[in-house]
Design a binder for this molecule. Structure first.
Ligand code: PGA
Length: 277
């Protein structure tokens, strides 16, 4: 199938973008620490640095900030973020509450440790075999535990025919297929083209804006205006202090999921600034 099928019946990008622009969504910037740093002491140093610099960068502007830290560091980093407007999040969660699932941690367990959000379906998890059905179940578990699922979707590579839009569409549809409108508004969608993660390669802001439009179109058709307007769409993949502003201004997104650059508080702070500029 061709890209044209995705854009068929799509409100003209300009009209649609203008329409969406009327709704003010609070930007969201999430740092995904992945399996960093190596020790708890280093994590505490990074946590303190991030809290100070991120909050200074944000000032009184409206911008949600989150850090997805290794689960073992939760309690100590939680002490640092306690009472501060920085959300603590996890990088994955099992679908069920308890069970014979060696190595897994449930959404309920994370919520009890004060997690506010959980990344699900990150490409580094999908590469280990998590499929759309599992990602959907995990997202449902996160919603059931009253947290925000940050659902990662994105193509492995781009083809000239635009078939990658269908892959992203399938990933999206798996998660939203059985969700009601109220639950859907609590989901954050992170568009992360896999080829851009940790590579220094990025799509253009226009590419990102077109993908965001395809995501919004899907939500619009499924739920209507009110829900589609509320769902935040982030971009992730080699976001830096240099390219963040361009993505915000011309990519029409609501913020970022940041990997590498979130491990340096100064860089993370500049990315936050780009979201409120
Ligand atoms: P990156 O990672 O910013 O280092 O490319 C993004 C991510 O994996 O979420």
């Amino acid at each position: 199938m061709k890209y044209i099928l995705i854009t068929q019946n799509m409100p003209s990008p300009m009209v649609y973008s203008l329409h969406m622009a009327k709704v003010k969504r609070t930007p969201l910037v999430i740092g995904n620490w992945k399996m960093h740093p190596a020790t708890l002491e280093a994590a505490k140093r990074l946590g303190k640095d991030v809290v100070t610099k991120a909050l200074k960068a944000r000032g009184t502007a409206s911008c949600d900030i989150g850090i997805a830290v290794p689960t073992l560091y939760f309690d100590e980093i939680g002490k640092i973020t306690k009472g501060k407007p920085i959300m603590l999040g996890a990088q994955n969660a099992a679908a069920g509450a308890v069970g014979a699932e060696t190595g897994e941690v449930s959404a309920g367990m994370l919520a009890e440790r004060r997690a506010a959000f959980v990344i699900v379906g990150h490409s580094e998890r999908r590469a280990r075999g998590e499929d759309n059905a599992q990602v959907t179940a995990r997202a449902a578990g996160v919603l059931a535990a009253k947290m925000i699922p940050v659902v990662c979707i994105g193509e492995q590579s781009r083809d000239a025919e635009g078939d990658f839009y269908h892959i992203v569409h399938e990933q999206l549809d798996a998660v939203f297929a059985n969700l009601g409108g109220t639950a859907a508004t609590r989901v954050v969608v992170a568009y992360e083209p896999v080829w851009a993660i940790g590579t220094g390669l990025t799509p253009t802001a226009e590419d990102v804006s077109t993908m965001r439009l395809a995501i919004k179109k899907y939500l619009h058709e499924k739920y209507g205006d009110a829900v589609a307007n509320k769902v935040r769409v982030l971009y992730g993949g080699s976001v830096t202090e240099e390219n963040a502003l361009e993505f915000m201004q011309n990519g029409m997104i609501d913020g970022f999921l940041v990997g590498g650059a979130s491990l340096e508080a100064v860089r993370f702070a500049v990315i936050i600034k780009a979201c409120i500029a």
